[in-house]
Design a protein around this ligand. Structure first.
Ligand code: KG4
Length: 351
């Protein structure tokens, strides 16, 4: 089965071709530079860029996969969650191809794509029985648009255990980085800055740990942490003028540390409440080495296996995970194609 995957949920135009469980191509056109001057994604600009690039990216994906569009068996397209004007472009293109070449469309939830992304591979090593053997599992999506922790008994069945109540983790990192003048997307630069910090013993983090909710369905909020950073920057600036490089390195380290501690402190006690074999981690922030280290520690303590995407490209928004999710769900019969006029964007789609 040849699958054409399309994802235009945010600021990446991505198209992939999979042959069953093997990724043949995964093309991504990032708009990050365009949005950097706004310090975040500007929706109407994202839509225009997707419209301009999508045909070119489809062509590149098909060429690399050495596949003709007539040979595609199914189309998998992200219908949500995401930015409405951006989602619209990928869905419209999927419908156009579907009508022209008579191919069925499978609408895919972007969050499910991230949860299953650790199985995405250009080799065919993840057979369906092997994938099934990793369940029940925890799924953790840490991206620019979402922070969600779920329990999944089997593919297609998800129970939300914790999620963000305001900014997603990546968004919080981006906002902190912007405040420190590090540009957009800020997560990777903040990580590099934090790595430059020379740790001294007995060092107090001057930023407070955000308030943690103790109940089930925990909400993860970063608004207090952001405000604390704003205040701290103002204080330093009022005392000695602009931040210098050492200030920026220190603040990057402290801010990232607090943001990650808040996440791990929220999910750690929940892990004890469920029987799971695996912790599946996806989303742009999953590329961060520090968060990987901390999540590995939790998995080790709880004696569960932890799985991350094969490479950075699969952590970030990409269409290979969308095509792959369609493959897994179609093969396990947990999804059916949808009539073209019933497919629409669902910006706030839940898992
Ligand atoms: O999954 P993703 O590509 O899509 C969106 O939801 O937009 O995630 C993008 C997010 C951004 O917030 C970016 O700053 C963050 O992932 N990110 C990182 C790293 N690489 C990307 N955050 C921390 N460390 C990284 N190495």
């Amino acid at each position: 089965m040849i699958i054409l995957g399309i994802d235009t949920s945010c600021d990446e135009t991505s198209v992939a071709v999979c042959q069953d469980n093997r990724v043949l191509s995964n093309k991504i056109w990032s708009q990050a530079i365009l949005h950097s001057k706004f310090g975040g994604v500007y929706p109407t600009l994202a839509k225009r860029e997707h419209q301009e690039k999508i045909d070119f990216i489809i062509k590149k994906a098909l060429n690399q996969a050495k596949t003709d569009i007539e040979d595609i068996d199914i189309i998998a397209v992200t219908v949500g969650p995401g930015l409405a004007p951006a989602l619209e472009v990928g869905i419209a293109k999927a419908k156009e191809i579907s009508q022209k070449y008579k191919k069925p469309i499978f609408p895919i939830n972007h969050l499910e794509g991230h949860i299953l992304s650790p199985f995405v591979s250009s080799s065919n090593k993840w057979s369906i029985p092997k994938i099934k053997s990793k369940f029940p599992a925890f799924g953790l999506v840490i991206s620019g648009g979402n922070t969600i922790f779920v329990y999944t008994e089997k593919i297609g069945k998800y129970k939300v255990l914790a999620e963000t109540s305001d900014d997603a983790l990546g968004e919080a990192l981006d906002k902190g980085a912007r405040l420190l003048g590090l540009g957009y997307p800020g997560g990777p630069v903040l990580e590099k800055m934090a790595q430059l910090k020379e740790k001294t013993t007995k060092e107090e983090n001057p930023l407070p740990l955000p308030f943690a909710q103790e109940k089930q369905n925990r909400k993860i909020s970063y608004s207090g942490l952001k405000t604390a950073l704003v205040r701290l920057v103002e204080k330093i600036e009022s005392l000695k003028g602009n931040l210098n490089k050492t200030d920026i390195i220190n603040l990057s380290y402290f801010y990232q540390d607090r943001a990650f501690t808040h996440l791990t402190r929220t999910i750690k006690p929940i892990v004890d409440l469920y029987e799971a074999k695996t912790l599946l981690v996806g989303g742009g922030v999953a590329a961060n080495l520090e968060i990987r280290k901390r999540l590995r520690k939790i998995a080790k303590e709880k004696n569960i296996e932890i799985m991350f995407p094969e490479n950075k490209k699969i952590c970030s928004d990409n269409a290979a995970m969308i095509a792959f999710t369609a493959y897994i769900k179609k093969t396990t019969e947990s999804i059916k194609p949808k009539e073209i006029n019933k497919i629409e964007r669902i910006p706030n789609l839940k898992i």
